[in-house]
Design a protein around this ligand. Structure first.
Ligand SMILES: Cc1ncc(COP(=O)(O)O)c(C=O)c1O
Length: 396
């Protein structure tokens, strides 16, 4: 039986890239905000402005982690402040805060949306003194409520930098929020490595741009702030532009994939819960919450025995990693500790067919029926799947 990998990047082909690579050859500019980078920024900012229904400023960066670091540095003008961050996230979120010289404070998440909400943040700020910035995460690409975070900034004066690494096409830019996206190859819009920072406030974005270019105020001029080399190269911009050319096709195919999965899970495994997030979003991961009686580890093992890949994205929570044990915790993380054991990323990529989805859901149905007795207990389960079917990418 063909293995079904958990993830397969969907990147532009050589043919898609060639026209952009030729332009690099002709211009002979390879870095430092060259013409392709500027074009990518213009096109991305038009897309973000359209989704957010307001003008925005945007700067490209080498990756989302550095974008988060610089967005925080640009938003907070005091040293060593505490930054509230959800414990359910990719370690890069916390690294970005630490690299900016700030102190991460870990918080729990909402049980249905799996994200830090303004309500949880307000409670944490009452408990832990000195929180001067917040970095909520659009976990697994599920967009955050930018209006609610704007309201928190208006009420408290605390800046909010959203980690929207995997949420391009879903996450709106608020009036006050600064938002960082990733263009890693695993994201719906991939450049290999890359990212961008967007905000309504052009001053903040200009500061991020300076910080990403060592802090230069102008080319070859004086340094205003101590920055880093966080710029995107022209080659990454070429891939980003070729990916953007395919965005209508990619986003439609990812929407179809999500719809097909949602339907298949609802029909066959209603006990398995999807993240509560806006319908019609563009997602690059398919993470589910298993019922309490099934542990993610057991299900992952069972799926593997049937050639089906899975991944426990973001699990365990940040609080459990040796490097982060000493971080302050704003609460006891009841929800994250539960999700740690029950979240599982299922295969989710554009080379999957409807038959592949059926194979995944049939395997889940089998282990649900066996009540999570593990690989040995489920070895005799009926195997029902077929290899027919076209890739979802091609299904109209
Ligand atoms: C929530 C989150 N934040 C940050 C990152 C890091 O992004 P990058 O690899 O572009 O630095 C990721 C990567 O997957 C992520 O999922």
């Amino acid at each position: 039986m063909n293995p079904i990998p958990v993830l397969k990047p969907d990147m532009p082909s050589v043919e898609d890239l060639l026209p952009y690579l030729r332009r690099i050859d002709e211009a002979q500019q390879y870095a430092n905000f060259g013409p392709l980078c500027l074009e990518l920024e213009k096109r991305l900012s038009a897309d973000c402005a359209a989704l957010s229904e307001q003008p925005v400023a945007l700067t490209t960066v080498a990756n989302c982690t550095v974008g988060l670091q610089l967005a925080l540095m640009a938003s907070v003008d005091r040293p060593r402040v505490k930054v509230l961050v959800p414990s359910l996230t990719f370690p890069g979120t916390v690294s970005g805060i630490l690299q900016a010289g700030f102190e991460p404070v870990l918080a729990d998440v909402d049980p249905s949306r799996w994200v830090l909400t303004p309500e949880i943040a307000r409670a944490a700020m009452n408990r832990v003194r000195g929180i001067r910035a917040i970095m909520p995460v659009a976990a697994f690409g599920g967009a955050l409520d930018a209006d609610a975070w704007d309201q928190l900034t208006e009420d408290t004066g605390v800046p909010v930098v959203i980690d929207a690494a995997g949420a391009f096409g879903n996450q709106c830019i608020g009036r006050h929020t600064v938002v960082a996206y990733s263009m890693h190859a695993t994201k719906a819009l991939g450049a290999g490595e890359g990212g961008f920072v967007v905000a309504r406030d052009a001053e903040i974005v200009a500061r991020v741009r300076r910080l990403s270019n060592f802090g230069y105020m102008s080319a070859g001029g004086l340094i205003s702030d101590i920055g880093v080399n966080g710029k995107m190269s022209e080659y990454a911009a070429a891939v980003g532009l070729a990916a953007l050319d395919r965005w209508p096709e990619i986003s439609a195919a990812r929407r179809r994939l999500m719809t097909a999965y949602r339907q298949a899970l609802t029909d066959t495994c209603p006990e398995i819960v999807l993240q509560e997030r806006a319908a019609g979003g563009v997602y690059s991961l398919g993470v589910v919450r298993l019922p309490d009686r099934l542990r993610a580890e057991t299900v992952a093992e069972f799926l593997a025995s049937r050639g089906i890949g899975s991944r426990r994205w973001y699990c365990p929570g940040i609080y459990a990693h040796p490097a982060f044990l000493a971080l302050t915790q704003a609460d006891d993380h009841v929800v994250v500790k539960h999700l740690d054991q029950h979240l599982l990323g299922l295969p989710f990529h554009l080379q999957m067919s409807l038959a592949d989805i059926e194979r995944v859901t049939a395997a889940l149905q089998a282990i649900l029926a066996l009540g999570g007795r593990g690989r040995a207990g489920v070895a005799k389960a009926t195997r029902s799947s077929s290899s027919r079917g076209a890739h979802l990418r091609a299904v109209g």
